[in-house]
Design a protein around this ligand. Structure first.
Ligand code: FE2
Length: 330
């Protein structure tokens, strides 16, 4: 009798804890966009996923201000710049899951396991197919050469995407050479900087410039709408530093209350079955190499990505900002 009571008590407390299981994500993506992603997770585990949406810096400041009281178990952002900031503020604890380490190549996980990339894109060269032959393209640095004078379109230096790209240059070439490269790009840019990647791709299509730098996924909707769209992408620096990549990432907060559940969410998000459809929906590449690509992305062809640890790049973004300032990149 005593044993039965004990068993029941265990069962009751177990089911109580099961029904109360929840994990909270502070996310730059809205809850309704993530709902379909987490539905199977909740169905399989009974763990409810609550999404609190906000802008990148607001969410980081919120986690910092809430301190030990924070509701956030996980922090999801779309850019390595912000994961770098959050990590330097000490807002993460290490991911502890062999499954995650098996599912994600090491260079996509910050060296101390403080955050991991989930999906990535390349920041690369978009070129006008009527004005440029693929054979004329080579490296990022080459966009600063004489032949591109007045033919290059650039986005503002305020863009986090460009900060991450320049951080990649700093990682590979050092600050001085990165500054020279940035200066050569600015010299070749004949018009005011753009405020969006989409606008750059449109300008290249209209022949306002022949080459531009933008993220891979922005080209997808243009091609879906018009298969003959006169812009194609080129993966730069394949024989040297390889293509710069940036991505959607996630970290477990230092004061997470539901650490086990948080690790389970990352295991789920990096599993091949989840990676394939979600990467496809976001037009980004899955970090799990077992996940197949969607039609358009596989049509872009294979390419080699920079294997520098993503955390290293994320820690160079302040230097990158100085480089762009010195280069007078607007
Ligand atoms: Fe974007």
């Amino acid at each position: 009798m005593k044993f039965l009571m004990l068993k029941l008590l265990v069962l009751v407390s177990l089911s109580a804890s099961l029904s109360a299981r929840e994990v909270v994500i502070y996310s730059v993506y809205p809850g309704d966009r993530l709902e379909a992603v987490f539905k199977p997770f909740t169905a399989a585990t009974g763990i409810n996923v609550k999404v609190v949406e906000g802008k990148s810096l607001d969410l980081i400041n919120k986690i910092e201000a809430e301190g030990e009281q924070t509701q956030a178990d996980l922090h999801l952002d779309k850019d390595l710049v912000f994961h770098g900031i959050a990590n330097r503020k000490g807002l993460y604890r290490a991911i502890e899951s062999e499954k995650v380490f098996n599912q994600v190549p090491p260079h996509f996980i910050e060296s101390n396991n403080k955050w991991t990339t989930l999906f990535y894109r390349s920041r690369l060269i978009m070129f006008n197919t009527n004005a440029v032959k693929k054979s004329e393209l080579s490296t990022y640095e080459d966009l600063g050469s004489e032949k591109w004078l007045g033919r290059l379109c650039m986005r503002t230096s305020k863009s986090n995407y460009n900060q991450a790209l320049v951080a990649y240059l700093v990682a590979h070439f050092g600050k001085e050479k990165a500054t020279q490269i940035a200066k050569s790009w600015v010299k070749n840019t004949d018009m005011p900087v753009f405020t969006s990647d989409r606008a750059i791709i449109s300008a290249v299509a209209e022949g306002k410039c022949d080459v531009g730098i933008a993220n891979s996924y922005y080209l997808v909707p243009f091609i879906e709408k018009d298969p003959n769209f006169p812009v194609r992408l080129f993966f730069p620096s394949q024989d040297t530093a390889k293509a710069h990549i940036n991505g959607v990432g996630i970290g477990i907060t230092k004061y997470a209350k539901n650490v086990t559940e948080a690790n389970m969410v990352i295991e789920y998000l990096t599993s091949a079955q989840v990676q394939a459809p979600v990467a496809d929906a976001f037009d980004q590449y899955p970090v799990n190499t077992q996940a197949p690509l969607g039609t358009i992305l596989s049509g872009f062809g294979d390419f080699k990505v920079d294997s520098t640890n993503i955390g290293v790049i994320s820690n160079l973004t302040d230097i990158a900002t100085e480089v762009m300032k010195e280069a007078n990149w607007q």
